[in-house]
Write a protein that binds this ligand. Sequence first.
Ligand code: CTP
Length: 402
Amino acid sequence: MYQGKHVLVIVSGGIAAYKIPQFIRDLIKQGAEVQVIMTQAASAFVTAQTLAVVSRHPVYDEHYLHTNTTAISHLDLTIWADLVVVAPATANILAKMAAGIADDLATTALLATNKPIFVFPAMNDQMYAAAATQRNLAQLRADQVTVFEPENGFLAEGYAAKGRMPEPTTMVSLIMNAWQRQQTAAILAGKHVLVTAGGTREAIDPVRYIGNHSSGKMGWALAQAAYWAGATVTVISSVAGPQTFPAETVKVTSTADLQAAVDRLFSKTDLLLMAAAPADFRMSTPAANKIKKQADQAQLQLTLVKNPDILASLKPLRKKQVVVGFAAETQRLLANATTKLQQKQLDLIVANPVGRTDSGFDVDQNQGTLLFADGSQQVLPLMSKIAMAQTIITAITAKKLL
Ligand code: CTP
């Protein structure tokens, strides 16, 4: 998502500046190009040379300004940037930003830019809680600056409190989520999207279960894409997802749990994306205690009973909801998916080849074909699950299903 994007990182003088070289590396790993401005105070915590080496660009600090002011100015950098990140953002730089003070290269660039700005306040907990800091943060939010809350954790002062800058990989995702949502939030604004993710487990006994290979990655990618598109998102999942975007989550284990959660939430849903892989059968009676093997035993027979088909059971409850299913198939992909589309009365089914190594279960890539109720089809080549999720959301909105 950062591919080819220009990120201007402004480093101010807090101890968390020691994390910035790693943050820059993580951004570059994601395909971004990074340039850095650092304040005088920042040079006490991280060197310009380190930042120059990891960013592969000269670093713009006071020294650079005084020795070479014609090659590039604060304006060139802000024109070059697609987005500006202030990290760590001290109480001091936040105060200057809120007041529009421009007394060094960093604050001048911040005042001059019309690009989206993301700030990571990181400071002593008392300084963060101070009325002046909170007033400045409120002003920055009102000025459309994205302010990320510091984390609770171990501070440099030697105790745990709110004030820590998040870890670099978290920062990279937080910025991407906020930025994506800013750009595309109109698509599903005001809509409630319910996503189901992961395979369900049916207890055999207290220590064993019947399950499947679904990792929940496609469902969580859909939840993320729905959030980016501006929706309020609820995820019913058997597996934890990335905690990088706000979503109400409901943890489930069995198909019965999943059905109960879907039934409860369906009436306030505009779009249901049913990416979960519910187990189709459960034990007729799960054993109360661990099943022990006998010395002369060659076989074990389990009696299974059918679980309800959740999508099919929603048919009488449907009002305005758009319902999307997934068909995981190892053979006769389109024929089987078309039957499911019709039998479950779906608006769209994503026909998904599984049982291969490059796409499908538990990998980061996927491919498939979208089959719409109106008979139209769209082939999705091999792509990341997140790109596929975005393509599915775009396809649904392009069809004006919602
Ligand atoms: N599904 C459901 N309830 C079930 C099983 C599946 O709602 N008990 C949903 C899945 O979440 C998916 C779609 O139905 O969106 C198709 O699931 P899939 O496992 O591919 O198909 P099944 O209907 O279970 O049929 P089969 O296992 O015979 O292929």
